[in-house]
Design a protein around this ligand. Structure first.
Ligand code: SAM
Length: 284
């Protein structure tokens, strides 16, 4: 059987015209039109035939087709009701594709994926990239890796190191749960419509265990959040956003052996962990 490739400017135009689909900016609809990019994403996912993979936002099925052709067992969650009929047509021939209608942030992803380990592959809607990544990481779902297209600026934040302008709470969370690396940059002309900015494909391989020992994860992320709450202030000062008194903050920093005159944005994951563990030890 000859399978026509969806990820091309002509086919995407044709499908949108035939189904009278106007891309919704509100839903972050920028469809891939370069099969080479689809292939790179699928390659980075390193899928085995039959392996479960979750796609978020299949759109009209451009990336989904590449995933289906790898032989993986694809579950794709799409919010836009208008696209369900389109997907039925474009992907109808693939028995290894299941489309689920709904908002990925509201659905019970664990039961949709049968509580089994899976990978996530997606060209994410830009308006909720960070909430989706954070919710997947914090959910403790049995995810093995994420291969996602995001705005380049977000990808740079995900891999940023301490002391750089891109380093922030997202960098710490992503690096705490995963080993991230940027696979490739993708120019605006690879999408329809073309977004205003360059995108990047980022691969995040989930860690078996975090790279630092943290006694109380919630407390760790509270300290991280405080550390970046007021970037221009010293860590001692910005820690006040946690509700601790100056005396308590001084005691915690002394216990952790950390100079509170530094800025939070210079802290390594280990230093954030040292502060959270000291807080846990002397105040809880
Ligand atoms: N995968 C397609 C591609 O690469 O051409 C489309 C990607 S497009 C950037 C993002 C897709 O996510 C759109 O189809 C949009 O309707 C869908 N979407 C937006 N918000 C969503 C949500 N909360 N849950 C599930 N899908 C969503």
């Amino acid at each position: 059987m000859i399978e026509s490739i969806i990820a091309s400017p002509e086919v995407v135009h044709y499908i949108c015209k035939r189904f009278d689909i106007k891309m919704s900016k509100k839903l972050g609809q920028n469809f891939l039109i370069k099969r080479g990019i689809v292939d790179e994403i699928v390659k980075s996912a390193d899928l085995e035939p039959g392996e479960p993979v979750l796609e978020i936002g299949p759109g009209i099925g451009t990336l989904t087709q590449g995933l289906a052709q790898s032989g993986a067992q694809v579950t794709a969650i799409e919010l836009d009701t208008r696209l369900l009929e389109v997907l039925d047509t474009t992907l109808g021939q693939y028995e290894n594709v299941k489309i689920v209608h709904g908002d990925v942030l509201k659905l019970d992803v664990s039961s949709i994926m049968n509580h089994e380990p899976f990978k996530v592959v997606a060209n994410l809607p830009y308006y909720i990239t960070t909430p989706i990544i954070m919710s997947l990481l914090e959910s403790k779902l049995p995810i093995e890796r994420l291969v996602v297209m995001v705005q380049k600026e977000v990808a740079l934040r995900m891999v940023a190191k301490p002391g750089t302008k891109d380093y922030g709470a997202l960098s710490v969370a992503v690096q705490y749960y995963t080993k991230p690396d940027i696979v490739l940059d993708v120019p605006p002309k690879s999408f329809l419509p073309a977004p205003a900015v360059t995108s990047s494909v980022i691969r995040c391989v989930l860690r078996d265990k975090p790279p630092v020992d943290v006694v109380d994860e919630k407390l760790f992320f509270r300290v991280v959040k405080a550390g970046f709450a007021q970037r221009r202030k010293t860590f001692s000062n910005t820690m006040k956003t946690t509700g601790l008194s100056k005396e308590q903050i001084d005691a915690v920093l002394q216990e952790a052996g950390i100079d509170g005159q530094r800025r939070g944005e210079t802290f390594t994951l280990q230093e954030f962990a040292d502060v959270a563990n000291a807080w846990d030890k002397i105040l809880i």
